[in-house]
Design a protein around this ligand. Sequence first.
Ligand code: ARG
Length: 269
Amino acid sequence: MKGVLLCPPDHFDVVDVKNVFMKGQAGKVDRARAREQWDALAETFRGIGLEVETLPPTPGCEDMVFCANPSFTGVNRHGRKVAVLSRMRHESRQREVEAHRRWFSEHGYDVIESPVLFEGGGDAVWHPGRRILWGGYGQRSVAEVYPFLGIVFGVETLTLELKTDFYHLDTCLCPLDPKTALVYPKAFTRAGNTLIRRNFKRVIEADEREARDGFACNALASGKHVVIQRGSAALEEKLRQAGFTIHPVETGEFLKSGGSVYCMKQWLF
Ligand code: ARG
Protein backbone atom coordinates (compact mmCIF):
# COMPACT_ATOMS: atom_id res chain seq x y z
CA MET A 1 0.00 0.00 0.00
CA LYS A 2 1.46 3.33 -0.99
CA GLY A 3 -0.92 5.50 0.96
CA VAL A 4 -4.29 6.17 2.50
CA LEU A 5 -7.46 8.05 1.68
CA LEU A 6 -8.90 10.10 4.55
CA CYS A 7 -12.09 12.12 4.86
CA PRO A 8 -11.98 15.25 7.07
CA PRO A 9 -14.46 15.22 10.01
CA ASP A 10 -16.26 18.47 8.98
CA HIS A 11 -19.68 16.85 9.44
CA PHE A 12 -18.69 14.14 11.93
CA ASP A 13 -21.26 13.49 14.65
CA VAL A 14 -22.98 10.77 16.66
CA VAL A 15 -26.70 10.96 15.96
CA ASP A 16 -27.84 7.36 16.47
CA VAL A 17 -26.63 3.96 17.74
CA LYS A 18 -25.27 1.79 14.93
CA ASN A 19 -23.00 -0.18 17.26
CA VAL A 20 -22.81 -0.63 21.06
CA PHE A 21 -19.90 1.77 21.40
CA MET A 22 -22.19 4.62 20.29
CA LYS A 23 -24.62 4.13 23.20
CA GLY A 24 -25.03 7.34 25.21
CA GLN A 25 -22.75 9.31 22.87
CA ALA A 26 -25.32 11.18 20.77
CA GLY A 27 -24.58 14.89 20.80
CA LYS A 28 -21.31 14.43 22.72
CA VAL A 29 -18.82 14.94 19.89
CA ASP A 30 -16.47 17.90 20.27
CA ARG A 31 -15.92 18.76 16.64
CA ALA A 32 -12.94 21.06 17.20
CA ARG A 33 -11.20 18.31 19.14
CA ALA A 34 -12.16 15.78 16.47
CA ARG A 35 -10.49 18.00 13.87
CA GLU A 36 -7.30 18.25 15.96
CA GLN A 37 -7.19 14.47 16.41
CA TRP A 38 -7.82 13.91 12.72
CA ASP A 39 -5.05 16.36 11.72
CA ALA A 40 -2.61 14.63 14.07
CA LEU A 41 -3.58 11.21 12.69
CA ALA A 42 -2.97 12.39 9.11
CA GLU A 43 0.42 13.76 10.22
CA THR A 44 1.31 10.44 11.87
CA PHE A 45 0.42 8.54 8.67
CA ARG A 46 2.65 10.90 6.66
CA GLY A 47 5.39 10.44 9.26
CA ILE A 48 5.51 6.69 8.67
CA GLY A 49 5.83 7.22 4.92
CA LEU A 50 2.24 6.93 3.73
CA GLU A 51 0.91 9.33 1.11
CA VAL A 52 -2.27 10.96 2.38
CA GLU A 53 -5.09 11.84 -0.03
CA THR A 54 -8.35 13.44 1.07
CA LEU A 55 -11.93 12.82 0.06
CA PRO A 56 -14.20 15.91 0.21
CA PRO A 57 -16.80 15.33 2.96
CA THR A 58 -20.50 15.29 2.06
CA PRO A 59 -22.80 17.37 4.33
CA GLY A 60 -25.19 15.17 6.31
CA CYS A 61 -22.91 12.12 6.18
CA GLU A 62 -21.94 11.98 9.85
CA ASP A 63 -19.90 8.76 9.60
CA MET A 64 -18.00 9.58 6.43
CA VAL A 65 -14.75 10.05 8.34
CA PHE A 66 -14.69 6.23 8.55
CA CYS A 67 -13.27 5.88 5.07
CA ALA A 68 -12.61 2.14 5.42
CA ASN A 69 -16.26 1.22 5.07
CA PRO A 70 -17.90 2.50 1.85
CA SER A 71 -15.35 0.73 -0.35
CA PHE A 72 -12.65 -1.93 -0.40
CA THR A 73 -9.47 -1.60 -2.44
CA GLY A 74 -6.81 -3.92 -3.79
CA VAL A 75 -4.87 -5.03 -6.86
CA ASN A 76 -6.16 -7.89 -8.99
CA ARG A 77 -4.03 -10.64 -10.53
CA HIS A 78 -3.48 -8.57 -13.70
CA GLY A 79 -1.99 -5.75 -11.63
CA ARG A 80 -5.05 -3.50 -11.96
CA LYS A 81 -6.22 -1.39 -9.05
CA VAL A 82 -9.80 -2.22 -8.10
CA ALA A 83 -12.24 -0.48 -5.75
CA VAL A 84 -15.28 -2.52 -4.72
CA LEU A 85 -18.14 -0.27 -3.61
CA SER A 86 -19.91 -1.39 -0.46
CA ARG A 87 -23.55 -2.06 0.17
CA MET A 88 -23.91 -0.41 3.57
CA ARG A 89 -26.30 -1.74 6.14
CA HIS A 90 -27.52 1.65 7.43
CA GLU A 91 -29.41 4.05 5.22
CA SER A 92 -27.47 7.06 6.54
CA ARG A 93 -24.19 5.47 5.43
CA GLN A 94 -25.39 4.33 1.99
CA ARG A 95 -25.09 7.96 0.89
CA GLU A 96 -21.30 7.86 1.49
CA VAL A 97 -20.74 5.32 -1.28
CA GLU A 98 -21.33 7.79 -4.14
CA ALA A 99 -18.34 9.91 -3.10
CA HIS A 100 -16.11 6.82 -3.08
CA ARG A 101 -17.39 5.85 -6.54
CA ARG A 102 -16.45 9.26 -7.88
CA TRP A 103 -13.03 9.45 -6.20
CA PHE A 104 -11.85 6.00 -7.22
CA SER A 105 -13.17 6.37 -10.82
CA GLU A 106 -11.17 9.59 -11.11
CA HIS A 107 -8.01 8.05 -9.65
CA GLY A 108 -7.35 5.12 -11.96
CA TYR A 109 -9.28 2.36 -10.20
CA ASP A 110 -11.64 -0.13 -11.85
CA VAL A 111 -14.81 0.41 -9.85
CA ILE A 112 -17.31 -2.37 -9.27
CA GLU A 113 -20.24 -2.83 -6.89
CA SER A 114 -20.75 -5.45 -4.25
CA PRO A 115 -23.86 -7.47 -5.13
CA VAL A 116 -24.62 -8.15 -1.45
CA LEU A 117 -24.41 -6.55 2.02
CA PHE A 118 -20.76 -5.59 2.56
CA GLU A 119 -18.99 -2.87 4.57
CA GLY A 120 -15.73 -2.73 2.70
CA GLY A 121 -12.38 -2.46 4.46
CA GLY A 122 -14.10 -2.69 7.84
CA ASP A 123 -14.75 -6.37 7.23
CA ALA A 124 -12.33 -7.30 4.42
CA VAL A 125 -8.71 -7.13 5.58
CA TRP A 126 -5.60 -8.06 3.56
CA HIS A 127 -3.06 -10.51 4.94
CA PRO A 128 0.30 -8.68 4.63
CA GLY A 129 2.60 -10.16 2.01
CA ARG A 130 0.27 -12.95 0.91
CA ARG A 131 -2.56 -13.23 -1.60
CA ILE A 132 -5.01 -13.90 1.22
CA LEU A 133 -8.06 -11.89 2.19
CA TRP A 134 -9.61 -12.15 5.66
CA GLY A 135 -13.36 -11.60 5.73
CA GLY A 136 -15.63 -10.86 8.68
CA TYR A 137 -19.34 -11.59 8.40
CA GLY A 138 -22.51 -11.80 10.44
CA GLN A 139 -23.23 -8.18 11.29
CA ARG A 140 -22.45 -5.63 8.58
CA SER A 141 -21.41 -7.99 5.78
CA VAL A 142 -22.69 -11.36 4.59
CA ALA A 143 -20.37 -14.33 4.06
CA GLU A 144 -21.44 -14.58 0.40
CA VAL A 145 -19.41 -11.50 -0.51
CA TYR A 146 -16.09 -13.31 0.01
CA PRO A 147 -16.30 -15.87 -2.83
CA PHE A 148 -17.13 -12.85 -5.02
CA LEU A 149 -14.10 -10.88 -3.78
CA GLY A 150 -11.94 -14.00 -4.17
CA ILE A 151 -12.78 -14.04 -7.87
CA VAL A 152 -12.48 -10.27 -8.33
CA PHE A 153 -8.96 -10.17 -6.85
CA GLY A 154 -7.85 -13.72 -7.63
CA VAL A 155 -7.06 -14.53 -4.00
CA GLU A 156 -7.87 -17.06 -1.33
CA THR A 157 -10.43 -15.86 1.23
CA LEU A 158 -10.62 -16.91 4.88
CA THR A 159 -13.80 -15.99 6.69
CA LEU A 160 -14.50 -15.28 10.35
CA GLU A 161 -17.92 -15.08 11.93
CA LEU A 162 -18.56 -12.04 14.17
CA LYS A 163 -21.16 -12.57 16.89
CA THR A 164 -20.18 -10.15 19.67
CA ASP A 165 -20.06 -6.36 20.16
CA PHE A 166 -17.06 -6.36 17.81
CA TYR A 167 -19.17 -5.67 14.76
CA HIS A 168 -16.49 -5.17 12.11
CA LEU A 169 -13.48 -7.43 11.58
CA ASP A 170 -11.12 -4.47 11.97
CA THR A 171 -12.26 -4.04 15.59
CA CYS A 172 -10.83 -7.41 16.61
CA LEU A 173 -8.20 -8.56 14.06
CA CYS A 174 -5.18 -6.53 12.97
CA PRO A 175 -2.64 -8.35 10.79
CA LEU A 176 0.75 -6.79 11.58
CA ASP A 177 3.08 -8.66 9.24
CA PRO A 178 2.93 -11.96 7.28
CA LYS A 179 3.42 -13.96 10.49
CA THR A 180 1.96 -11.75 13.20
CA ALA A 181 -1.54 -10.63 14.12
CA LEU A 182 -2.97 -8.54 16.93
CA VAL A 183 -6.22 -10.21 17.99
CA TYR A 184 -9.03 -9.97 20.52
CA PRO A 185 -9.79 -13.72 20.78
CA LYS A 186 -13.16 -13.41 22.54
CA ALA A 187 -14.61 -11.74 19.45
CA PHE A 188 -14.20 -14.97 17.48
CA THR A 189 -15.70 -18.43 17.54
CA ARG A 190 -13.55 -21.42 18.36
CA ALA A 191 -13.26 -22.21 14.64
CA GLY A 192 -12.30 -18.61 13.97
CA ASN A 193 -9.52 -18.63 16.55
CA THR A 194 -8.20 -21.89 15.08
CA LEU A 195 -8.14 -20.42 11.58
CA ILE A 196 -6.30 -17.32 12.80
CA ARG A 197 -3.67 -19.39 14.65
CA ARG A 198 -3.17 -21.63 11.63
CA ASN A 199 -2.31 -18.66 9.45
CA PHE A 200 -0.36 -16.44 11.84
CA LYS A 201 2.61 -18.02 13.64
CA ARG A 202 2.56 -15.29 16.25
CA VAL A 203 -0.66 -14.03 17.79
CA ILE A 204 -0.50 -11.05 20.12
CA GLU A 205 -3.61 -10.82 22.26
CA ALA A 206 -5.39 -7.68 23.39
CA ASP A 207 -7.33 -8.03 26.63
CA GLU A 208 -10.93 -6.93 27.12
CA ARG A 209 -10.10 -3.40 28.29
CA GLU A 210 -7.57 -2.81 25.50
CA ALA A 211 -9.95 -4.12 22.83
CA ARG A 212 -13.11 -2.45 24.13
CA ASP A 213 -12.06 0.87 25.66
CA GLY A 214 -8.87 1.35 23.68
CA PHE A 215 -10.00 -0.12 20.35
CA ALA A 216 -6.46 -1.50 20.22
CA CYS A 217 -7.14 -3.99 17.42
CA ASN A 218 -8.24 -1.12 15.19
CA ALA A 219 -4.55 -0.24 14.81
CA LEU A 220 -2.86 0.31 11.47
CA ALA A 221 0.35 -1.51 10.57
CA SER A 222 2.66 -0.44 7.77
CA GLY A 223 6.08 -2.01 7.53
CA LYS A 224 7.30 -2.21 11.11
CA HIS A 225 5.21 0.80 12.19
CA VAL A 226 2.02 0.42 14.22
CA VAL A 227 -0.30 3.39 14.72
CA ILE A 228 -2.60 2.72 17.65
CA GLN A 229 -5.01 4.52 20.02
CA ARG A 230 -2.96 5.56 23.07
CA GLY A 231 -3.52 4.03 26.50
CA SER A 232 -2.71 0.34 26.18
CA ALA A 233 0.76 0.43 27.71
CA ALA A 234 1.17 -3.29 28.36
CA LEU A 235 0.09 -4.16 24.84
CA GLU A 236 2.36 -1.49 23.36
CA GLU A 237 5.23 -3.11 25.23
CA LYS A 238 4.37 -6.54 23.79
CA LEU A 239 4.33 -5.02 20.31
CA ARG A 240 7.73 -3.39 20.89
CA GLN A 241 9.13 -6.72 22.10
CA ALA A 242 7.88 -8.21 18.82
CA GLY A 243 9.95 -5.66 16.89
CA PHE A 244 7.39 -3.01 16.01
CA THR A 245 7.71 0.77 16.35
CA ILE A 246 4.64 2.14 18.12
CA HIS A 247 2.98 5.46 17.30
CA PRO A 248 0.28 6.14 19.92
CA VAL A 249 -2.38 8.63 18.81
CA GLU A 250 -5.53 10.06 20.39
CA THR A 251 -8.80 9.23 18.59
CA GLY A 252 -11.12 9.74 21.58
CA GLU A 253 -13.76 11.68 19.67
CA PHE A 254 -14.03 8.90 17.08
CA LEU A 255 -14.19 6.16 19.73
CA LYS A 256 -17.57 7.70 20.62
CA SER A 257 -18.76 6.44 17.24
CA GLY A 258 -17.12 3.01 17.54
CA GLY A 259 -14.15 3.73 15.31
CA SER A 260 -10.44 4.49 15.58
CA VAL A 261 -7.21 4.50 13.57
CA TYR A 262 -7.70 1.66 11.07
CA CYS A 263 -11.22 2.48 9.95
CA MET A 264 -10.48 6.18 9.45
CA LYS A 265 -8.59 5.38 6.24
CA GLN A 266 -8.99 3.51 2.99
CA TRP A 267 -5.87 1.85 1.58
CA LEU A 268 -4.44 3.25 -1.64
CA PHE A 269 -2.30 1.23 -4.03
N1 ARG B 1 -20.24 4.75 13.52
C1 ARG B 1 -19.71 3.93 12.48
C2 ARG B 1 -20.63 2.76 12.20
O1 ARG B 1 -21.13 2.18 13.13
C3 ARG B 1 -18.32 3.45 12.84
C4 ARG B 1 -17.67 2.63 11.80
C5 ARG B 1 -16.28 2.19 12.19
N2 ARG B 1 -15.73 1.38 11.17
C6 ARG B 1 -15.01 0.26 11.34
N3 ARG B 1 -14.57 -0.32 10.29
N4 ARG B 1 -14.78 -0.23 12.53
O2 ARG B 1 -20.89 2.42 11.07
